[in-house]
Design a protein around this ligand. Structure first.
Ligand code: G6P
Length: 455
């Protein structure tokens, strides 16, 4: 088995003596995948992102905890173009419906160069697989950074059984028309060259199929396989001393008030601004909640190499300040904005919330929507965007949020805050059952089955 992803399970820094120090790689995808790959003897290929990674890449395969790690060196400028301009600046915006159409996308000469860079990065991965994957190996290609890898595998290594899994949404045929026709075709051919393509939700798989029908005139193979949180892993954090300390910190901040919580990256698709506007509307229209509830926003910076993300962060901070100035009193700060990226603190808050607001404008799945109900000990209510992949699984027990409807979101928050203890408990039990139906292992095994299915 070979696993292929942009970020790897290990990242490296160089110490003062020039030695390499390995650390666990960052990001949700890596933390979900790593426990499943450990001990399997598989090979995991990922891009060398930092200088340390590039130094490690020169040393060939690294024996890690029960798997082999292969870091792939790519020219840093080429990698940046592919990652910033195409993966995050184009495909992410496209599939999440985030483009500000009067201005973006701008398919200029620089974009074309970046598309070449994206193709190059994908080719480096394909090349490594072609040269190094064992005969008949199962290959699990992860995410939109690597959509083209299958193209070359289908031409040169027909013995391999490769699937592609997309962790973000997939856009429909109308949105895909924002890409130049040749790039759209290349993207879809790349994905369709895998034995099958997996998605977290039926909606995204259907969009992908519609795109393939319209652009390529073919019916691709797909599977739907939502990821789930690792119960044991988060239970261990929940039981840790660090989490107990953070709970004490949080209790101090709340002073017995109710907690509306969100835990997110500071990310355009997460809809942080409308969340604050909805809270502002709640305080405006339901004066009885003033002084009685805190909106905890545990959010941490992401992708600060992109200018849109930097200005979004400033907007988020500015709006939180505004709401606090508007409603705050000497002993009550309405929005607790915490950007410290403190996992035990997030877990403590997830145990404690009264209402969890997960209102992305669009999201492949959203694991927080599943982690919350698993951890929460307070019969907390989940207010969930119908645009999140997780909505397909959790709808029966969550409250529906239209992420664009600020007044409607405020109404949902009010309903959640005022819900009877019985209904809260019923919903919390139902949510937990829905979440517990799946484990990360199911998700992993379903990729293996899709790869190994008869062709
Ligand atoms: C989110 C998405 C993943 C994606 C990751 C990339 O977590 O759900 O699908 O792989 O972002 O983040 P990065 O920090 O690597 O750009």
């Amino acid at each position: 088995m070979v696993v292929v992803s942009n970020r790897g399970p290990l990242s490296f820094t160089i110490d003062d003596e020039g030695g390499l120090i390995a650390r666990r790689g960052a990001g949700g995808l890596v933390s979900s995948l790593a426990p499943l790959v450990r001990g399997t003897g598989a090979t995991w290929m990922a891009a060398a992102i930092s200088d340390g990674d590039r130094a490690a890449a020169g040393g060939g395969v690294i024996e890690a905890e029960g798997f082999r790690f292969r870091s792939l060196a790519i020219d840093p400028d080429v990698y940046r173009m592919a990652y910033d301009v195409i993966s995050n600046g184009t495909l992410w915006f496209l599939h999440h419906g985030l483009f500000d159409l009067p201005r973006r996308p701008r398919i200029d000469r620089r974009w074309r160069e970046a598309w070449d860079a994206y193709r190059h990065v994908n080719h480096v991965f394909a090349r490594a697989l072609i040269d190094e994957a064992p005969e008949g190996a199962t290959v699990l290609v992860q995410d939109y950074h690597l959509a083209l890898v299958g193209t070359w595998l289908a031409q040169q290594r027909r013995d391999l059984r490769a699937v592609h899994f997309t962790h973000i949404p997939f856009c429909g045929p109308n949105a895909l028309r924002l890409l130049p026709t040749d790039a759209a075709e290349e993207l879809l051919v790349g994905m369709a060259s895998h034995a099958s393509c997996g998605f977290h939700a039926r909606r995204w798989a259907d969009n992908y199929v519609s795109c393939c029908r319209e652009v390529l005139g073919l019916e691709p193979s797909t599977f739907v396989s939502p990821l789930a949180p690792d119960h044991d892993d988060i239970a261990a954090v929940s039981d840790s001393a660090a989490c107990t300390d953070e709970m004490a910190w949080l209790d101090g901040k709340l002073g017995g008030r109710k907690l509306i919580l969100r835990v997110d990256r500071i990310e355009l698709s997460k809809n942080l601004l409308r969340g604050f506007h909805a809270f502002d509307d709640l305080l405006q229209t339901r004066p009885e909640w003033r002084g009685q509830v805190v909106f905890g926003a545990l959010v941490y910076p992401s992708r600060e190499g992109l200018v849109e993300y930097l200005s979004y962060r400033q907007e988020v901070e500015g709006l939180a300040r505004l709401v606090n100035e508007r409603w705050g009193t000497a002993d009550w700060t309405p929005i607790l904005l915490d950007m410290s990226d403190n996992f035990p603190r997030s877990v403590a808050a997830l145990k404690r919330y009264d209402v969890l607001l997960v209102n992305p404008v669009r999201d492949g799945l959203n694991l927080v929507a599943k982690e919350g109900p698993l951890l929460n000990t307070n019969d907390g209510v989940l207010a969930l965007s119908r645009e999140a992949g997780a909505w397909e699984e959790l709808a029966p027990a969550a409250l529906e949020v239209n992420p664009f409807d600020v007044a409607g979101t405020a109404d949902v928050l009010a309903v959640a805050l005022a819900m009877s203890a019985e209904e809260r408990a019923d919903r919390a039990i139902a949510l937990r059952k829905l979440v517990e139906m799946r484990t990360p292992r199911d998700w992993f095994d379903e990729q293996l089955s899709a790869a190994r299915a008869e062709r």
